[in-house]
Design a protein. Structure first.
Length: 303
């Protein structure tokens, strides 16, 4: 369900950003607004980012190989990290540079109502994409707050799309306020100020995403809820007397490595060990279906 929801959210964002990018560049050609140009580049970056997220999802489905025996699940983490880098370099830095240039060499805007119409169109379309991301995230978020969900989610696409859509909506509002202020006050510097604000906003979002994706790339453990389920399944196994150690790591959003050091009960003989291990693994997979790789290490070998 999580993977399907992620794909739906990414596709909604891709088509929304593509339509908005075209509209913004048309608006820039008519108005010569720096805010509009920055937003157009931002939407192009977002469109490419969604394509990269889809590419990561496709590449992650490849079968394990001798060189990558645990599969390619982390492709999704890698491409999400690349998205954060692109958002910072192509989105934030470009907007900041344009804002500074606009403040140094301001010029009046043309066709104000064209700019306003395009920005309002963008806000409406981006809101629809943002709503899709919220709906799909709510399917897996549970009772977590939005901030906690973004920090703890092991599915990278949903936090990326959520923050990108939020940044895009806020950026559109800032651009709209900037062009209106520039027209009302007769000060084109407001267009440059708006562009700078958009750049800083994108930089903050990119840094947050980069930090979260870096953590996933390095390797994060199971969530506290899943760890509790694994421990409960081990504790409910009559074959096991004591859990000495339990370590987990996500190989991908839906792939969890589980390694446990356990004391088997004294009445489990050496001949019974394979069956006992198979029973325990079955309980673990039932408790946490994403536990695709399970390794149990007995602290001693029964006679």
């Amino acid at each position: 369900m999580a993977a399907s929801g992620s794909t739906k959210a990414v596709l909604a964002a891709l088509f929304a950003n593509l339509a908005i990018a075209i509209a913004k560049f048309v608006g820039f050609a008519v108005t010569r607004s720096a805010s509009m140009l920055a937003e157009g580049v931002h939407s192009c970056a977002d469109t490419g980012n969604q394509a990269l997220l889809l590419l990561g999802g496709r590449l992650s489905k490849r079968e394990p190989s001798p060189r990558h025996p645990f599969g390619y699940g982390r492709e999704r983490y890698f491409w999400s990290f690349v998205v954060a880098i692109i958002l910072f370099t192509l989105g934030a830095l470009f907007a900041i540079n344009e804002g500074i240039e606009k403040l140094r060499h301001p010029h009046e805007l043309d066709a104000l109502w064209v700019a306003i119409g395009i920005l309002v169109f963008g806000i409406v379309v981006e809101s629809l994409s943002f709503r899709t991301a919220i709906v799909e995230s709510n399917r897996v978020r549970g009772r977590l707050s939005w901030g906690t969900f973004i920090r703890r989610s092991r599915t990278p696409e949903l936090p990326v799309v959520l923050l990108e859509d939020l940044g895009a909506m806020l950026g559109l509002v800032v651009a709209l306020v900037a062009v209106v202020l520039a027209e009302v006050t007769g000060e084109p510097m407001w267009d440059g100020v708006g562009t700078l604000v958009i750049g800083v906003l994108l930089a903050v979002i990119a840094v947050v995403l980069a930090i979260e994706m870096k953590s996933l790339l390095i390797g994060e453990s199971a969530t506290a809820e899943d760890r509790a389920k694994l421990l409960a399944a081990l504790g409910d196994s009559p074959e096991i007397e004591r859990v000495v150690d339990l370590r987990t790591q996500h190989l991908g959003p839906e792939e969890l490595l589980v390694a446990a050091e356990v004391d088997f009960a004294d009445d489990v003989s050496g001949d019974q060990m394979p069956t006992a291990i198979a029973n325990v693994e079955s309980r673990l997979r039932t408790a946490v279906p994403t536990a695709t790789r399970i390794y149990l290490e007995p602290t001693h070998t029964p006679a």
